[in-house]
Design a protein. Structure first.
Length: 122
């Protein structure tokens, strides 16, 4: 068992992805600051934040819900990044790397959810 959510590989990967999204958005046009930039940063950061919140919850059902929220933020971020690629804000090769990272996070979250569901059944 982890002593902190900061030890969880899925949280670490989610935080790395949020930092990558932040760095990407630093280069976007200022006209996007209160629109796209804000949305994609929030969705990316929400992935790790919900993992941390799940860790802090006591009951398995609460934990599972927050892991589901995190998973939803993964797919929201993927959608934002797809938009960024299509409008030319994001180079295709950078998109592929971020999308792959998000798929890894999604898969890891599924494994955590399944493990918690199995544990809750007993």
């Amino acid at each position: 068992m982890y002593k902190s959510f900061k030890e969880m590989p899925v949280w670490k990967k989610a935080m790395e992805m949020a930092v990558a999204v932040f760095n990407l958005t630093e280069k976007l046009p200022k006209k996007e600051d209160y629109g796209f930039t804000s949305q994609v940063r929030r969705s990316a950061l929400s992935v790790s934040a919900n993992i941390a919140e799940a860790y802090g919850r006591q009951h398995a059902c609460d934990k599972i819900n927050f892991y589901y929220f995190s998973r939803g933020s993964v797919t929201e971020t993927q959608s934002h990044l797809e938009y960024a690629k299509q409008v030319g804000y994001l180079a295709p090769e950078f998109f592929i790397r971020l999308d792959s990272d998000l798929e890894e996070i999604y898969s890891a979250l599924n494994k955590v959810i399944i493990a918690l569901q199995k544990g809750a059944e007993h």
